[in-house]
Every structure is written in structure tokens, then in C-alpha cells.
Design a protein around this ligand. Structure first.
Ligand SMILES: Cc1cc2nc3c(=O)[nH]c(=O)nc-3n(C[C@H](O)[C@H](O)[C@H](O)COP(=O)(O)OP(=O)(O)OC[C@H]3O[C@@H](n4cnc5c(N)ncnc54)[C@H](O)[C@@H]3O)c2cc1C
Length: 415
């Protein structure tokens, strides 16, 4: 059998590509080595707890994601619009004053920077909300840390607030990520809600996959070789197509085709369960001290009860980078720091699972966007897409899949 298009990789990029082809009635085959669609968006169901493979959230303002998904049936649950910053041995509320004016005084009092810094956050929020995405993506491209300094923010607010907040989003504790990505994500945070789907983050790709035609997806199939018109699977099957699209992560793409990809940022997500919820409600708690392994901590079951069985709490802790050689050392330092934050109740927490994720997001240091200026057609006619070709986010992956689908349709039309 010959298909019009074969897509290798059923993460968000592959799924959005498949959906665009389906909308134009183009026969395709979507192939993935895994046992389910979703790529980096997977959720494990363990003893009644929903464990996302790495803490991640959906910003409802993502423009292409909004078009692609039915938010209502995902039953999105919102985080509190603000954070708790751990500094000087206390948690301090830093809320979005436009949405939660009641917390204005707490925010103004929080020791995360001067009054001027906090006013500047408000001004930046307003400026970015009205800046078009086109202007953002064609704007200044410098390290986020320098960008914030240029805007007049103090070192104190950069270290205590921006570093853990955006460091967590980009997997980058040094704030070297491009100011383009800073502006994009900060505007998304300001324009919409930060959410978790009721059935876990994997509900996003599951919903995308549901609308694909019967038998158009081939799972548990590792592709070991591709050309512009065929793939070869590890079991030796050859499948032909007019066009092949490689929609894998960067490192996998490199083993299949010669395509440049940036280095990746890694992180570890550690889950605990407890009878008593640590008292941080539906906030994201950020480590404003710069000390210790924890970058951020939250209680997903306080955001959506579906994440834990009745009467139980699920605690999610994110540690950035790969600085620990030994998991036991990391766990011991994490528990010590959590005990410092929440006291002896941490001794009653039970470890559920840990996810060490070496390839969370592509490095998006300045000039990261140059990679997408290189053609998505490779010399042998293969097309490529994936978050590393656009930008490292749910939205970036969805956009890159659509771009590849449009190119494939143009190629088919010219045959
Ligand atoms: C821990 C974590 C936290 C994140 N937090 C956020 C967040 O809060 N907000 C946000 O917007 N984004 C976040 N992201 C980023 C977002 O998840 C990714 O940008 C997006 O999912 C990438 O999708 P993709 O389709 O490009 O790649 P992937 O999801 O990596 O999909 C690639 C697919 O290709 C398949 N594949 C690879 N090689 C082969 C082969 N040889 N044969 C067959 N199949 C193959 C893989 O199995 C996989 O399914 C986070 C990511 C992680 C991991």
C-alpha cells in the first residue's frame, strides 16, 4: 500500500500535521514507536494518582492551541494567577493585581524587589498583552536576563522571581533563553489562564488523536530509516508514500536524517503523595532563594481533584538540569529542602515516582529561531517538523506540524 503522506512521530507536531492533512482529505499514516500518541505529553495512572511525565501546564491563550483543541471537553482547571515565592524562610504571595486585586498589598510587601520593580512588572504585562505575536517573534533577540536588566529590573527581582518562574518554563536556571521566548510566554501567562486538563496533560494529545481516521495511526513501530518516499521500520517493513514527514524530537531526527537541532534542557519531576496537603492551595510555589535543588513545587490535586484519590494529595516537585549523578543524593536534598519549607509533615509524604527527562525542551538561547529559517525540505525531499523547528512549547509544536502539512499539500499538488 502507498500513502500520500507518512508522518514519523505522533507527538503534538505529528498530530497537528495529521489533523491538517485529514481536514484536506489527504490519506496519511502516522507512525510512532511508543504505545500511545502524545510524545512528551504523557500521563501515568498509578494507584489512583495522575502523574504527568514532568510538570507541565497549558496556557489557554496559546493562539494555535486554542484553535486546535476543544478546551471545554478538556475540563481545564486553573492555577491561581500568581505564585508563592519562598524567600526569607516564608512563602510570599505574588499575585496578578489585575486579576486578584485583593492580593495587591501582599504583592507590594513581598521581598522580591522594589516597589518600582513591581510597577514595572505591571507595565511589562500591559505592554506585552497589546504586542502582536508577529512583533514579538520579530523583535529583539537577546538573553532574557539582559532584556530584564535593560528594562530596569533590579537583580533582586530577576533572581527571586523571574529566575524560578521562567527558569521553570524554559528549563533554564540562568535566564539565557531568548527574550523572544520570554515575551511570548509572559504574554501568554498574562493573557489567559495557566491550567491542567482534568484527566492529565495527556488528555491534550488524546483529544487530538481521537478525530483521526480509523487505522491511520500505527503505534509500537520504531522507524529506523527514511527517504523522501519511504520508511523502513525496525521489523524490516518498507512502507511507501509520496511524501515523508519526520515529526520526532531533535535527537531522534538526527539519527534518521541529517538535520541540525539545538542542545536540550533536562529536568526531573518527583511526585509524592500525602494525607495532608501542604498549605499552598492552588499556587505554584517558587524557590526564590537560589539555594537547594527545588525550582518549583505545586499540588496538582489542589488544582484538579482528579489528580489524587479522595482525601489524598499529590505533590509535584521540579528540579532543573542534570546536576545530580546520583538519584539518592537528589532525593535526600529535595526532602531536606521540603522539610525546611513545610516542617516535619514531609516525613509522612510517600514517594510515588520520579521522572528524569533529559530532553525537556530545546535550548532557546538567542538566535534559536534561525533553525526554522533553514528550509523544512531536506535535500532528499523529506519534510521535518517538531517543537525544535518552531519554538519549544505546546503551541510551537502544533504550529510546526501545520507548516509541514501545508508544505506536503503543496508538494502533492505539484506531483
Ligand atoms: C517536562 C516537560 C515540561 C514541559 N512544560 C511545558 C509547558 O508547561 N508548556 C508548554 O507549552 N510546553 C511545555 N513542554 C514542551 C512541550 O511538551 C513540547 O514542546 C511538545 O510536546 C513537543 O512536541 P513534539 O511533537 O515536537 O515532540 P515530541 O513530543 O517529542 O514527539 C516526538 C514523537 O516522535 C516519536 N519518535 C521519535 N523517534 C521515532 C522513531 N525513530 N520512530 C517512531 N517514532 C519516533 C516519539 O515517540 C514521540 O512520540 C514541556 C515538556 C516537558 C518534557
Amino acid at each position: 500500500m502507498k500513502y500520500d503522506v507518512i508522518i514519523v512521530g505522533a507527538g503534538l507536531a505529528g498530530l497537528s500535521c495529521a489533523r491538517a492533512l485529514h481536514r484536506s482529505n489527504t490519506p496519511f499514516l502516522l507512525v510512532d514507536q511508543s504505545d500511545s500518541v502524545g510524545g512528551r505529553l504523557r500521563t501515568d495512572y498509578i494507584n489512583g494518582y495522575l502523574l504527568d511525565r514532568g510538570f507541565q501546564v497549558l496556557f489557554t491563550a496559546y493562539p494555535d492551541t486554542k484553535q486546535e483543541l476543544d478546551y471545554e471537553s478538556l475540563n481545564l482547571h486553573e492555577f491561581y494567577p500568581g505564585s508563592l515565592v519562598r524567600i526569607n524562610n516564608k512563602f510570599h504571595k505574588v499575585a496578578d493585581p489585575w486579576r486578584k486585586p485583593i492580593n495587591l498589598l501582599n504583592t507590594l510587601r513581598a521581598p522580591i524587589g522594589s516597589l518600582q520593580d513591581k510597577l514595572k512588572v505591571g507595565l511589562l504585562r500591559r505592554a506585552l498583552k497589546s504586542k502582536s505575536l508577529n512583533d514579538i517573534f520579530n523583535g529583539e533577540d537577546i538573553q532574557s536576563r539582559q532584556y530584564l536588566k535593560n528594562l530596569g529590573f533590579s537583580e533582586q527581582i530577576i533572581q527571586t522571581f523571574f529566575r524560578p518562574l521562567l527558569g521553570g518554563v524554559f528549563g533554564d536556571s540562568e535566564l539565557v533563553t531568548s527574550s523572544i521566548m520570554f515575551e511570548f510566554i509572559f504574554s501568554m501567562m498574562s493573557a489567559g489562564e495557566t491550567t491542567l486538563p482534568e484527566q492529565g496533560i495527556q488528555a491534550i494529545p488524546s483529544q487530538m488523536g481521537q478525530s483521526l481516521p480509523h487505522k491511520s495511526t500505527l503505534l509500537n513501530t520504531h522507524v529506523k530509516r527514511v527517504t523522501g518516499t519511504a520508511i523502513e521500520t525496525s521489523s524490516g517493513d518498507h512502507i511507501n508514500a509520496d511524501t515523508v514527514i519526520v515529526a520526532t524530537d531533535g535527537p531522534s531526527a538526527e539519527t534518521l536524517i541529517e538535520v541540525p537541532y539545538p542542545s536540550y534542557k533536562g529536568s526531573t519531576c518527583i511526585y509524592f503523595c500525602a494525607d495532608k496537603s501542604p498549605g499552598i492551595k492552588d499556587y505554584l510555589a517558587l524557590n526564590g532563594t537560589g539555594y537547594g535543588p527545588i525550582n518549583s513545587l505545586c499540588v496538582p490535586s489542589n488544582v484538579s481533584m482528579s489528580y489524587a484519590p479522595n482525601g489524598k494529595s499529590l505533590i509535584s516537585i521540579t528540579v532543573l538540569g542534570n546536576k545530580y549523578d546520583n538519584d539518592l543524593d537528589m532525593m535526600s536534598d529535595v526532602v531536606t529542602q521540603a522539610r525546611d519549607w513545610f516542617g516535619n509533615e514531609v516525613d509522612d509524604w510517600e514517594h510515588l515516582n520520579s521522572y528524569v527527562i533529559p530532553h525537556v525542551l530545546p535550548d532557546q538561547s538567542p538566535k534559536f529561531s534561525r533553525i526554522k529559517d533553514q528550509t523544512v525540505y531536506l535535500e532528499n525531499g523529506v519534510l521535518v517538523c517538531g517543537d525544535y523547528r518552531e519554538n519549544g512549547s505546546i503551541n510551537g509544536a502544533i504550529v510546526s506540524g501545520k507548516v509541514a502539512a501545508n508544505l506536503a499539500l503543496a508538494k502533492l499538488a505539484s506531483i
